[in-house]
Design a protein around this ligand. Structure first.
Ligand SMILES: [Zn+2]
Length: 406
């Protein structure tokens, strides 16, 4: 190759790489979403949770980010499955038949769920993408394909979004719903992302904490959570986060969203409980940021505080977003629940269950034996007010196993 042709080839290569980088950046930009403005922003500023120039938790959060960063690249044992995860294939024909009990939950892994309650169908935090990430080539990847195609789901009345982190608000999944007929019920500010992605404003219902909405005969309320939000670094907490209390004609359900332990849980229980079942996050925790996520023991405690009759631990079993063993959340939830007599339901990802009319095999030990650390070995304990030394007093559980290593 002559010098001129080589230079041309290099230039072409550079141009190609540049074009690819621009395309990736643009794809990233789309998934970043949109800043709220105008009337939407004005409404956000009226919120009691808006302080200064962002949303804030009433109970501040503590973290040791230096320590977290130092350990960011060290993996623990069994943090990801080594064999195919034995999930269920969700049968669209089974979902086409209304649940006999009036309440059915299908957990798809992490926090994506189909909740059928007293004739209303809800989909929570749906992520059907390969990765929980702004782009499709890097970031935490899913451990198994979706257990049902998005288009094979029955008609959904409402999609509930708990907050705008990538593992809960997935751009390609939302884009795939442009032609659906559902409404989106989201915390304040999140509607700006949806509108940017082509969802008509009349399909978006944005709520502040304690604000109600109706979906058919179902009363639904966005309830507080102790967490954070944001899709671009340096622009965090510009949208609100929360959980949902669902009150139907015959059943009541609580979904925590992402949260650390907070005082208003008892109030949620008093106002909307007792709940037939509570789906509460129990995974992707770390002792370096104990106020962002509950961890297993506080997940069980939260189920008690909101007055749940049964707990389905969620926010585990699909992505690796923290350093703990991948089965550790459910193992520790079961250990903690033995101390408190909280019934725990552990459906396979993809398997519909009726929490008030369980059939044999609905709640099985479907995950393999893997190594995990106990509550005593790696305690996750929230602060009361964002100060390291002010920790919540957790009930002690002498019956929990002290040694769990295989
Ligand atoms: Zn989150």
């Amino acid at each position: 190759m002559g010098r001129g042709r080589r230079a041309a080839a290099i230039a072409l290569g550079v141009a190609g790489a540049l074009a690819a980088a621009i395309a990736l950046t643009l794809a990233g930009c789309q998934s970043f979403g949109e800043h709220a403005s105008g009337e939407r922003l004005a409404r956000m500023r009226q919120s009691p949770e808006w302080r200064g120039d962002q949303f804030q938790n009433p109970q501040p959060m503590w973290s040791d980010m230096r320590d977290a960063l130092m350990r960011a690249f060290t993996g623990g044992p069994d943090v990801e499955p080594v064999a195919p995860v034995p999930v269920a294939r969700t049968d669209p024909a089974a979902l086409a038949i209304a649940p006999a009990s009036g309440l059915r939950v299908t957990w798809f892994g992490h926090s994506s769920m189909l909740i059928e309650i007293d004739g209303v169908r809800l989909l929570t935090d749906p992520i059907w993408s390969e990765r929980a990430s702004p782009v499709d080539w890097i970031g935490p990847h899913r451990w198994y394909p979706p257990t049902i195609a998005l288009d094979d789901l029955p008609r959904v009345d409402a999609v509930l979004i708990s907050h705008d982190h990538y593992d809960h608000l997935d751009w390609p999944t939302i884009v795939a719903m442009r032609s659906w007929k559902n409404v989106f019920i989201v915390p304040l500010g999140v509607g700006a992302h949806l509108q940017r992605w082509g969802i008509a404003p009349e399909r978006i219902v944005e709520l502040d904490w304690w604000q109600p909405a109706r979906v058919g005969a179902l009363a639904l309320t966005l309830v507080p959570a102790r967490h954070a939000s944001g899709r671009v670094s340096g622009r965090s907490d510009q949208t609100l986060w929360g959980g949902f209390a669902l009150v139907g004609a015959r059943h009541r359900v609580y979904y925590s969203g992402d949260t650390g332990l907070f005082d208003a849980m008892a109030q949620i229980g008093q106002r909307f409980g007792p709940f037939d079942v509570a789906m509460i996050e129990a995974g992707q925790y770390d002792a370096d940021w104990p106020d962002w996520h509950l961890g297993p023991e506080q997940s069980v405690l939260s189920a008690q505080r909101v007055g749940a009759k049964a707990l389905i631990p969620v926010h585990w079993g699909l992505f690796r977003l923290a350093h703990h063993g991948w089965t550790e959340p459910v193992e520790r939830v079961l250990a903690a629940a033995r101390c408190s007599d909280m019934p725990v339901l552990t459906p396979r990802p993809g398997q519909p269950i009726e929490p008030t009319a369980l059939k044999p095999g609905d709640s099985t030990r479907w995950w393999p034996d893997a190594r995990w650390a106990t509550a005593a070995q790696k305690p996750i304990v929230a602060t009361t007010d964002g100060v390291d030394s002010h920790r919540v007093a957790l009930p002690q559980c002498p019956a929990a196993p002290q040694v769990s290593e295989r």
